[in-house]
Design a protein around this ligand. Sequence first.
Ligand code: BES
Ligand code: MN
Ligand code: ZN
Length: 497
Amino acid sequence: MKFTVKKGDLTTVPCDALVVGVHAKSKSLPKQISALDRKLGGAITGALAFDDFSGDASQIVWLDKGRTKAKRVLVVGLGPEKDLTMATLRSAAGTALKAAQKAGLRKVALAMADSDDVEARASAVAEGGGLAMYDPAMHKSNSRSRPVTQVTIVTDAEPATVRSGLARGQALAAGTNLARDLVNEPANMLTPTDMAAVAKQMATDHATLKCKVWGPREIEKNKMGGIIGVGRGSAEPSQFIQLEYKPKGKVSSLRKIAFVGKGLTFDTGGISIKPAAGMELMKFDMGGAAAVLGAFKILALLEPKVHVLGYIASAENMPDGKAIKPGDLLTMMSGLTVEVNNTDAEGRLVLADALHYAKQQKPEFIVDAATLTGACMIALGDVACGLMSEDDKLVALIEDASRACDEPVWRLPLQDKHRKKMEGHVADLKNTGPREGGALTAAGFLSRFAEGARWAHLDIAGTVWNEEPEAIAPKGATGYGARLFAAIAEQVANGHR
Ligand code: BES
Ligand code: MN
Ligand code: ZN
């Protein structure tokens, strides 16, 4: 989908669909739209006069073209003006473009009035539009549906400002849609090796990105006992993917941070095998890794002034004659020993090594994202991810980032008590605690490998997947975490401590 910006008159733009936003309960239409209303013979004020269109957020109504150069006119509600948020704009833009697509209209013109925050609004429109056009039907034999190809923003604002907003929104959508693609991809189509190839390709595509991958030999050489143990039952070789983002040019005193992602391309549970019903969803167990890759895409496109390291521990958790068994002992990269009471608590095992490795690179802080526990999903549902950290300042930074990008987080407690429950019988640690507070003891386990570093953990088990389609998120992978990671990096670039 291509965006262009045009100054001038709405009524003279040739297009398939002319989209205008209208606020609810507004006494008069803004200048740009009242001129259009006259050319439509008062159709917009007419629609508002009846009860079936009130201008409520994301309500739509199609109108006849009147004396315009459009084929059809689409009015989309923006809700009351005083309540307007960027979230409302994203959804309204997405709803409008989807309606145009459904009607078979490819070339859209979209009205945007000048405002103090027109750059942010342009960003929201491009982000919402880009997210709404996402189609998960990647493997349907009649290919993907034909999306809207061209969006012309018709505005009286400074075109350069609008363009810069659009570029930002497109970058956010591109990174999120990349994460969605990776998560929706079936596990036989996206193995750890495939995920490494995606990372390497990204580094080829963007001069600001570097990528290094460790295969089984290097993982073995570096004694990453967690990753080795989890991958042992699989025919697919495990991969430890290392990414680095640095903006172009010499920027002095860049702050350095690290992101870590759980990249289980499939989680059967291993010998502690999961029930058959719903197991197919466990292709999403690389959602944390997808968030890291999506974020690096966004970073490469937006180029914030911050140095970011990314680590993905990727493996497939399978039952096999070679697989680890309940009770087995693993010696992790950090030297800590772990009794594997349950082979289905594998995420924390691969993350332990990735966190330890990340820590050795001495970043200012580490944030990991992982589809780690069903318990977190039960606690928070699909609305917010669980945020666990003992570092109040880092929590504040992540909460600010979360508000900036509208990916919600909810803090859960992480205390010494949770760590205590993970003490092993014959080893330093065991990998499962009691059923109660399962998300918190998982974080307690991880904290033993992040010790000494500033660190926060995001359990995205509930937010990675969407059962009910929404305006800008179809059923399936949400791409959650890509924008949050990118927003965290931007907070650092903007001087947040
Ligand atoms: N990938 C799962 C977590 C998960 C389960 C996410 C269901 C979303 C939905 C993880 O590897 C896992 O199996 N966790 C276990 C841990 C338990 C054995 C302590 C869980 O949550 O049941
Ligand atoms: Mn598991
Ligand atoms: Zn898992």
